[in-house]
Structures are given as C-alpha cells and as structure tokens.
Write a protein that binds this ligand. Structure first.
Ligand code: SF4
Length: 451
C-alpha cells in the first residue's frame, strides 16, 4: 500500500470491542490490510489505528468512546497518523462522532468492511472519511483474516443481520436483515482456519439457528455443521447465539450423535416471565422455554446450556423478576450472563411507559447474578469425580489450563489442570474433575488424546 508519508509498510493496530461477530469483522479488516502490504502492530507502534466499536447498550457505547479517546493519545503524541472508528458505533452515530471527536480521521460503517484498504489510503492522504452506508457487508467469499485470540480457536461468522424484532434491540438497524453466507464458502473458510491451527470452530451470527433460511439451496444449520465437523484438524464445532424457537430436531439429533459437535448450546433467552417476554416481542413464553430446556437435556445427555438475560425491561414488576429468579433456580443452567436493560433511541422499547429506575435495575442485576452464581457453583460441584475432555490452551503460574466442551472461549470458565507431564497447547486431554468453583474447575489429567 502506498502511503503519502515515508513508511515501507504501514503498521496497523486494531482495538476490538464488543461481541465476537465484531471481532471477526476486525480480523477481516486486518487480513485485507495485511494482504495490501501493511504490517500488524501494537498501538504505540502503529501508523494507523482502527477502533472497531460496539453500540449495543449504553455501557458498550461509553467503552467504545473511551477506546477512541485512548487511541487519540497516540494520534496526538505518538506515531499514529490515521485514527478511524469502525463498526457499530460508527454505523449508528457517524455525524456525531465526526463532530464531537476532532481526533478522528474518519468513520467506517458495518457495510464498508470490504473497502477498508481504499478507505485507509484515502484517510492517509488527508481526507476526513465518512463511509457509512446500508449495513450490507456479508463476506460472499473467503476473506483473509488475522486471528487475534487463541490460535486454537476461530470464530466463523455464518450469517449477518437479524430478522427478529425484539423491541429493545438496535442490532437489526446496525447489521441489517438476516442473510446467510453460502455453505461452500464457510467450508472453505473453516478449512483454512483449521489449516492455520484452529482446533475449535465457533459458529457465530446474530441468530445462528436461522442459518440457511434465506439461501436458494436446501440447507440448514444442522447440514452446515455436518460438513464442518468432518474437516481435517477440526476437533470441536461450537454453536453460539441460538434463538430458542429456531432449534430444530435435526440439530438436536446431530448434537446427540456427532462427537465433534460440542454438547453445548448458547441460547439467549432474555427473560422467563410471560409478561416481560411478550412486551419484549419474543416468540416463546416461560412455559415453552422450560419445556425446551427439559427436552434438550433429555435428548442430549451431558449438554451444557448457557444463556443471557436482561433485567429491568420497561414494565418488569417485582413479580416478573421473581419469576426469572424462580426459572434460574429451577432450570439450573450451567452458565448465564445478565445485563440491565438500556434505553436505546430508535428502538420501540425506548418509548414504552414504566421505565425502571437505574437503582432498581442495578439491584435486580446483582440479585440475579448472585442466584446464578450459586446455581453454577452447585452444577460445577456435581461434576467433581466426572471425566472431561479439555483443550489445553496455555500455562499460568506453572499450571496448565484449558477449556472443556462445556466452556465457550471468553465467556465461560476454565479448567485448571494437574498434569504429571508438560502439555502442549492446542492438544486435548482427558481429565478427572477434582474441584469446582462457581466458574472454573480443577482436574487431574488422565491421558492425552490423539484428536
Ligand atoms: S434476536 Fe433479538 S436481541 Fe438478538 S440481535 Fe435479533 S433482534 Fe437483537
């Protein structure tokens, strides 16, 4: 890439915020820039810094602005010549960002990822770029990527956008309607990720269970997983973001019999009380959700279920909230995360009456997290004595650690291993669980696996 100032190969840094879908976008932007001759660098050494932002809730927006301001220090005092805000916040507030943050050299929306090389070149030539159009980017072909996390785990974005209309959610405005990538492209991308060392492929999308519904050919999430699970080098395929009503019998049946499909489902349920679920615009009520969980548990022995819940949605009464706590205690989900409702402009829920005061939301957040902490601890304690397969990820304070099939990267716990021999990161071991905390497990290695 030619830059107007004298650098052989411009150095690019990425600050990645928000969810793992956003992270994939960031890896693709780096991949495209690297292919164009740039080098990847840490922020203090970078000529160009991309801050790939999130705008899901108030907290995420603030974190993104803080990250831009932090990077702006390198723009003012360091080597950096170009500072761009990319991703969801840029898509949502391009004018405001350019107006309020003079340090920014441009904003790049979620639909413009494929044009990042040209955009960086123009910003480097002095143009203050505003490239925000409809959120249309999909990745119709295999795109180059520079993976940022563990070399043994790679995220594969199987579709983009969302056709559900949960009343609180701004994501469909930022990411557009649901559209799936072709299975042939995904198989090729997964093959290349596996060739690069990934042993675990994590399928992500706004709504993974809707995969394929918009493609001309007959395909589904289950058929895609079947094709990915047989690829050389892939030991685990993991599913995140499964919308509950989209979970099919085919998928459940596949999970019960395909050893390389992790017995793990992340199902963001948001709430368990009918009154709130209905007001949120969700299509399954509390009774259906309980039935679904019981069915999944009976159909897939050993299944780990993770979920996310929102507290403080407008109109949530103390009774509604108690219903959620009751659900948590009864369903004993392995892992759950909680967040407080954030009143997002442009969403129908922002206009609803009976908004909940911040202190009530905070208090409910703490209570829900405390209930789940006790549930997760009990679930983990019940695993003591059982055997688990662990992907070894590294060593900390002289102790190896990794993740079991029941732990997704970044969001769930770890397994700390007692091993008589040195373990190679990226390999799999069988281990017996010897101790449990609310998040992490301790286990003794029994054997290494030739996976
Ligand atoms: S399923 Fe609902 S919460 Fe999730 S991205 Fe779609 S609209 Fe938002």
């Amino acid at each position: 890439m030619n830059f107007p100032w004298k650098v052989e190969a411009p150095r690019i840094a990425l600050v990645s915020l928000g969810c793992d879908k956003n992270r994939v976008d960031g890896e693709v932007m780096l991949g495209l820039l690297e292919r164009a001759g740039c080098r990847i660098a840490a922020e203090p050494e970078a000529d160009v810094i991309l801050v790939n932002t999130c705008a899901f809730i108030q907290e995420a927006k603030q974190e993104s602005i803080d990250a831009i301001l932090e990077a702006a220090r390198y723009r003012e005092e360091g080597r950096c010549r170009v500072l761009l805000a990319t991703g969801c916040l840029a898509q949502r507030y391009p004018g405001e960002l350019l107006r309020d943050l003079p340090e920014l050299d441009g904003v790049v929306g979620t639909g413009e990822i494929g044009r990042v090389v040209d955009i960086v070149r123009r910003a480097a030539a002095g143009e203050r770029v505003r490239e925000v159009g409809p959120p249309g980017f999909l990745g119709r072909d295999v795109l180059p990527r520079v993976p940022g996390g563990s070399p043994f785990t790679a995220y594969l974005k199987i579709s983009e956008g969302c056709d559900n209309r949960c009343l609180y959610c701004v994501i469909p405005q930022l990411r557009g309607a649901h559209r799936s990538r072709r299975p042939s492209v995904l198989v090729r991308e997964a093959r290349s990720l596996a060739a690069g060392g990934a042993r675990e492929i994590v399928l992500v999308a706004q709504d993974t269970t809707r995969y394929g519904s918009d493609l001309p050919e007959e395909t589904s999430l289950a058929s895609l997983v079947s094709q990915l699970a047989v690829l050389d080098g892939v030991a685990w395929v993991r599913l995140l973001y499964c919308y509950p009503s989209g979970i099919t019998f085919d998928l459940v049946e596949l999970m019960a019999r395909e050893p390389r499909l992790c017995r793990y489902l992340d199902i963001p349920l948001q709430h368990a009380g009918d009154h709130v679920l209905r007001r949120m615009g969700r299509n399954m009520m509390g009774y259906d959700l309980r039935k679904l969980i019981l069915f999944l548990r009976s159909a897939v022995p050993g299944l780990t279920i993770r979920s996310t819940f929102m507290v403080g949605f407008p109109g949530e009464t103390e009774d509604d909230f108690e219903e959620l706590l009751d659900f948590l205690q009864a369903m004993k989900l392995d892992h759950a995360g909680f967040f407080a409702y954030s009143r997002e402009e442009g969403t129908p829920a922002a206009l609803l009456p009976d908004q909940i005061p911040p202190e009530v939301k905070r208090e409910r957040l703490e209570r829900a997290a405390a209930v789940q902490r006790a549930v997760s601890h009990a679930v983990n304690r019940a695993r003591v004595g059982s055997e688990v397969t662990v992907l070894v990820e590294g060593k900390k304070g002289g102790q190896h650690y990794g993740r079991s099939e029941g732990d997704a990267p970044d969001i769930d716990g770890r397994v700390f291993l007692n091993a008589a021999v040195d373990l190679e990161p990226g390999t799999f071991v069988r281990a017996r669980v010897t101790g449990a905390g609310p998040y992490d497990l301790r286990a003794r290695v029994i054997s290494t696996l030739p996976l």
